[in-house]
Design a protein around this ligand. Structure first.
Ligand code: H79
Length: 593
């Protein structure tokens, strides 16, 4: 049996690398807009509530007795339902339980700072009183009232910013709207006519009749040139100069950036941006979607998004009677209770200058770094590497209880015994003086035996040759997108990825590679090199990559190592021979033995 003691070999000198900038990895869909004073409330708000509500909510994912899975607001498209048949659904749509004050109060209680509701989704049905089209809740449904009027008022009364989602190009009800090819001949469509006669006039109604809006949340641009989009934006801005437009207005003309549906960027971005997630799998209510995120998941997602410098807008789908789902209300309320104790670490914060650690993530304010402890270390001591500023005080945010700490060189150690481990996110505050360091994208990823596992994510990898860092998109059902940042395109020995890691303590560790690998990539040889020692492995088949299917990942144990000396090491991975893409590598998992 060979025991390999890597600490006795020369410490690898890790040349710092220019990590792929976020601009290379993510489309810049909106201009940098930090200087715009209108975005300040949005940057501080951090937590928004998205509501998808329309005829699809009443259909609840069922058409002609058949259950549809995935995004419920797509049922018309999924079932290729003729527009005339679909329109009849309005005759039964009567949300008698809708109570604007109750919705606004729940949002307030949940710690929500802005609310965005669908005024018109792709189905084309106006959930407001529109003079432009008869296909509206006021004219085509037995409800006959305008719920948006009441909701806008109730929401603002709670001190919450109010905004509308409006799908400006897709409209499956209209012969000239985008998307409906099952009823209407694509060649005969006149998109500009649709914009002129419905989309822009309805947007003007929304921006005229519902008081000051925080946001108009455009979605799925199409059919317009940059100049035409500019004209649209300019003519709407005249109505409400302070109202923010989402980046999906298109052509880079939004005021803030939205990532893909259910997508968080893997590293901080110093810009104005938002991640949108839905509470279960669908945006619009469907009766058979009971896969809700717990309050723990919501709180950790919120902390994670805030630690990258963005907002989380969480979607909830009210049903066709106007009820919010039971679990959405329950878990939102629990999130609100956590925010009442810990909101200081979220609202008005920026990303923290210490990158993610095995214990959690950081947010910041001038003179304060918030440590969001999501995983408790076995020895109850948090290790915060390379904290350059002068620490003046460390305490638990919820009870202000001071915590013992010590500095060892630049490294900071905080004892958290007694803080209470059962919160989904225990927040500690480090007060400091002096100028803090900048966030270092090349900082080594911490590996510590004080956790069962330490994760080294693909985003931390430096690639060479043809190897690339890519966000891979896939879904389980239909439109319920998932995203995984992976190292891809490693096809020959020169295509490599290297991870800069800091192993905080000596010990035995197991190395697992978490990857996806289709048939054609399976049974190829790869090698992990840690401090000049090679560990060979052969790839295992998982599944083919397909956008509309789960992407299966395996956690493949490939090496056992002994570290006798804590320090900085390099983990390098590459194919042994020329061949197909080795795998899509998501994470190097280091297990404590
Ligand atoms: O409102 C929610 C979605 O309905 C909307 N954005 C969020 C906020 C959205 N509209 N379009 N998309 C998201 C992307 C559409 C992707 C598509 Fe498909 C791929 C359309 C057709 C193929 C997804 C998969 C929908 C149908 C199949």
């Amino acid at each position: 049996m060979k025991k390999i003691v890597i600490g006795l070999l020369t410490l690898s000198s890790y040349t710092s690398f220019a990590q792929k900038t976020m601009d290379e990895m993510w489309d810049k869909t909106a201009a940098t807009n930090k200087q715009n004073p209108n975005v300040q409330w949005f940057r501080d708000a951090k937590f928004g509530l998205f509501l998808h509500w329309g005829l699809y909510s009443d259909l609840a994912g069922v058409w002609n007795g058949k259950r549809y899975y995935g995004s419920g607001e797509w049922i018309m498209s999924q079932g290729k339902i003729p527009a005339a048949d679909y329109a009849k659904a309005a005759e039964h749509f009567n949300p008698v339980n809708f109570n604007a004050d109750e919705w606004a109060a729940i949002a307030k209680d949940a710690g929500i700072r802005y609310m965005v509701i669908t005024a018109k989704h792709h189905e084309g049905f106006a959930m407001f009183d529109s003079k432009v089209s008869d296909f509206s809740i006021v004219k085509a449904s037995p409800y006959k009232k305008d719920p948006m009027k009441a909701l806008a008022e109730a929401t603002r009364k709670q001190g919450i910013q109010f905004g509308f989602y409006y799908s400006q190009f897709l409209d499956w009800h209209e012969p000239n709207g985008g998307g409906n090819r099952w009823d209407f001949d694509e060649a005969k469509k006149n998109y500009l006519k649709y914009y002129r006669e419905k989309s822009i006039p309805q947007l003007k109604e929304l921006m005229t009749n519902y008081g000051p809006l925080g946001v108009v949340w455009f979605d799925m641009p199409g059919g317009l040139t940059k100049e035409q989009t500019q004209f649209l934006v300019d003519s709407l801005r005249k109505l409400q100069p302070k109202c923010l437009f989402s980046s999906r207005v298109g052509q880079g003309l939004g005021d803030y950036r939205d990532f893909g549906d259910s997508e968080v960027p893997p590293a901080p971005i110093d810009d104005v941006w938002e991640s949108i997630y839905t509470h279960n799998d669908s945006w619009g209510y469907i009766q058979h979607d009971m896969n809700f995120k717990s309050s723990k998941e919501i709180i950790q997602l919120l902390a994670n998004v805030a630690s990258k410098g963005g907002n989380l807008m969480l979607n909830v789908g009210p049903d066709g009677k106007g009820n919010l789902p039971y679990y959405s209300v329950k878990f939102l309320r629990e999130t609100g209770a956590w925010l009442r104790e810990n909101g200081e670490s979220i609202y008005g914060s920026t990303f923290g200058f210490i990158p993610a650690q095995p214990w959690g993530v950081t947010t910041g304010k001038p003179g304060k770094l918030y440590l969001h402890v999501l995983n408790t270390p076995h020895n109850n001591v948090l290790f915060i590497p390379s904290f350059a500023a002068q620490v003046s005080k460390v305490y638990s945010l919820k009870n202000k209880k001071p915590l013992a700490y010590k500095k060892d060189g630049k490294d900071l150690y905080v004892t958290i015994a007694g803080v209470g481990a059962n919160s989904p996110d225990n927040v500690l505050v480090v007060e400091y003086t002096g100028k803090p360091q900048a966030y270092d994208t090349t900082a080594p990823v911490t590996i510590s035996p004080q956790y069962d596992f330490s994760n080294v994510d693909a985003v931390a990898g430096k690639t060479t040759g043809n190897a690339k860092t890519k966000s891979i998109t896939f879904s389980h059902y239909y439109g319920d997108w998932k995203h995984a940042v992976c190292i891809t395109d490693m096809q020959q020995p020169q295509d490599q990825v290297s991870f800069n890691v800091r192993i905080a303590e000596k010990g035995d560790y197991k190395i697992l590679l978490e990857y996806a690998c289709p048939q054609e990539s399976a049974k190829q040889e790869g090698v992990v090199n840690i401090n000049n020692q090679d560990y060979y492995f052969r790839t295992l088949r998982t599944s083919e990559y397909e956008k509309s299917a789960p992407l299966m990942f395996i956690k493949h144990p490939v090496a056992t190592i002994t570290v006798d000396k804590p320090g900085i090491y390099t983990i390098n991975i590459h194919p042994v021979q020329q061949g197909k893409e080795l795998f899509k590598l998501k994470t190097v998992i280091v297990e404590t033995m």
